[in-house]
Every structure is written in C-alpha cells, then in structure tokens.
Design a protein around this ligand. Sequence first.
Ligand code: URP
Ligand code: ZN
Length: 456
Amino acid sequence: MRTLIRNGQLVLENEIFHGDLLIEDDHIKSISEKIIEPAEKVIDADNCFVFPGFIDTHTHFDLDLATTSTADTFYTGTKAALVGGTTTVLDFATQDRGMTMMDAYNKWHQKAKGSSCNYGFHMAVSEWNDDRIAEIDKMIELGITSFKMYMVYDNMKVNDGEIYAAVKRLKEKDCIIGVHCENDDIIKMRVSELKSEGKTDPIYHAKSRPNLVEADGVSRLMDICGLAEAPAWVVHLSTAEGLREAEKARDRGQEVYLESCPQYIALEEKNYLEKDGAKYVMSPPLRSVKDQESLLNAMKEHKIDWIGTDHCSFTMEQKAVGKNDFSKIPNGGAGVQNRAEIIYERAVRGGYINMLEMGKLLSENAAKLFGMFPKKGVLREGSDADIVIFDPDCAHTISAKTNLHNCDNSPYEGFSVSGQTRDVFISGIHAVKNGELIQEGLGKYVKRNPCGRYRK
Ligand code: URP
Ligand code: ZN
C-alpha cells in the first residue's frame, strides 16, 4: 500500500523542505520535491508541516497509587496521545518493592495491550541491590535501556547512594536513569508546618515545594553523576534554579539531558487559586512567569533536550480526596493530547523556537537518546512511517469535553491555541484524519536499543 503526502513543509533533520513524501507499507519510501510514482491514497498537506511522529518521553498510564489509580489506562491514554500527534509514548513501568523488574515488565505489557500508539517502557525502580543489578542485562535484551529513580514518594524513594551505584553501573551499558529531583525532607517539614497553620488549600502544595527544593535535588544529582562519571537526565524540570544547577554541571563538562513539560511553560502558580485548583496539583508544582521564561529561553538555546507531558490523570472526584488537605490530593495532571499544540503556541508562536526545533524537542532528540533513531524521530527514507501532519492555522480552544482523555478536567481548559495535529499515520496506516481518530489499537511495543548519548 502506498500513500503520497503531497505538498507539505517537511520537517527534516536540518531543514524544512517543501515537497512530497511517499509511504510504502510501514516505512517511508521516498522524499522529493515532486513524486510522480503512483499511490493508492493521496493526502494534500498544503500549508501544513509534516513531522516525524511525536514521542512523549513521560507518561503514567494505568498507574496504581496507594489509594487510587490513574483515570487513564493505556487504552484511553494512547488514543488521546495519537490524536495529539504522539505516535510513541515511553511509559514508566514501575518496580514496586517486593517485585522484580521482570514482574513490572510483564505487568506493563498486559496493561498496554490494545494501545493505539506505539509504546516503550522506562523501568522505574524502588531499590538498587544485587537482585536488581542481576536483571539489567535481561531488561536491555527486552528493549528497556532507560530507568527512573525518585528522590521523593515513600513507596519509591531511593537514597543518594543507590542513585550513585545505579548511574555508575548503568552507564557501562549505555543506559540512562531519569531522576525526579526534589528534596523530600524539606517538603515533608514544610507540609507539616503549613498544615499546622491551617493552610490546606491546593496553593499550599506549591508553597510546600519552592524552587529551591528542585534546585537542591538537581544539584545533588549533578554531583552524584559527576562523581560516577555518568550521564544525568533530569525529568520534568520546572525551575530557573534547577536549570542553573544543570547548566553549572554542563559547564564543568558533564553530560546532562534535560526534560521539561508543557505545563511549566504554559501554566503558573496562581492557577492553584482557581475553584478547581486541585486539578493542577502535580509534582513539581506550577511555578512563576519568570520560570516559564527561563525554560522557554533554555529551549531557544538548545539547553532543554525534549518535552514529555508527565501525563498522570485523575478525575475531580479523585482530586476531592484532598479537599481539606492538599497533601492528600493525588499528584498529576492530564496533558498527553495537548503537548504539540501547547509547544507550538507558547514556544513557536511565542518566538522562542522554530518548527525545526519543535521537531527536535517533540521527537528527534528523544528518539536519539532513547535508542529509537533513525527508525523513529526523523523523516528519512527507510524510517518508520509514523508521521504527523500539523496544521498551524487551526485555531481552537482546549477542553476536557473534547479531549479523548478519560478525565473530566484539563489543566489547559479554555486555553486558546492556533494550531492542531490534523492527520497521523502510524506504521503507514492513516489513524487520525482531520483531527478524528479513525483507527485504534495499532500500537506496537518498541524494543529500544542502548541510548544514543548525543551530548557525550
Ligand atoms: O505529579 C506527578 N508528576 N505525578 C506523577 C509521578 C511523577 O512525579 O512523575
Ligand atoms: Zn512522572
């Protein structure tokens, strides 16, 4: 089966090229100014940008917390992802204490069956010991070459020694660990201080985790990775101060990868004061306009590597558990469908980056680091035909009512954006047409190679 995408602004690795792209079966057959080969299907991409399928490096679908589970499963979450142009998600398979990584891998495969976009797994580990070390080679063989550790959350938190041992061991295999960087001791003390003063509203979630809480975590991670001579990956960077700590490490010659999220450039702390402020409770919390600008400037200066959503959705009923105590509100927000349109609005139309850079932040850099390049992350002959046609002139307003998320709230409710994903091809199959999902369940497991450490 051949599909010809005609007359698009093709976002290639180093240029925007005006021309045609021919898909044959599940891969890209050719790219040229004018393709005359016959095709069963012809799609006009006039006035649109054609990107390699977007990759969301950070989702939590079907995640069980102690008291509740996320509103989105893989079934609902990957439909929303695909409509938003994300053709691959990297979700966090989670090795709870008492479980092996193999258990977590099998469990996540079960959860991910029937997904509508492709999926790979990072392995979030809750401990680092000989048993986990013994499983590394098996994980790599199964296509898991990235891991995650938390400095917070009692059920997942590891200590600095464990992070040191893990980054040191994994760098030998060209694997990487993303770290959730916050100072847990300070957070706990501030939470109890605030509650003892009767401060229980959602805004105090942000007050309990000021910028320096993240900066301390990032600084510690930089020192740990510096000592271990290992690459560092900071997940969901949200502050100017955290960025400064990472930049200091880069100046010392360290290899540092930074992920940020749309919410940290589009939303701000004062959102917590809204009537439904609980929906913005996530960690790290929303910050200031000054932080937004630092992150946007960092994107412009290529200091941020990629954008993940940290999609971790809960309904307002679930959020209401913490109506008298912000520390009981389940942490996380819905956003997997809206990543490209928010980045386009705030970063491209805001004048910080161009479309080529948007392609790198949403797809290419993640494909490289997470061992998927050049099958994914690039429009190249022979690459997978995971393709997004993005219409920059399709103004609309984001709403939970029209999102495909299985969630009755959106942190971006009422947000006006100028562009939208129009069509999506996954493995060469037309799955989203004019913004509507027309084929579901096409997602495949992505078995990844060792990390392509492009900042080495
Ligand atoms: O609030 C958030 N981000 N919840 C998901 C887990 C995490 O911290 O990444
Ligand atoms: Zn997360």
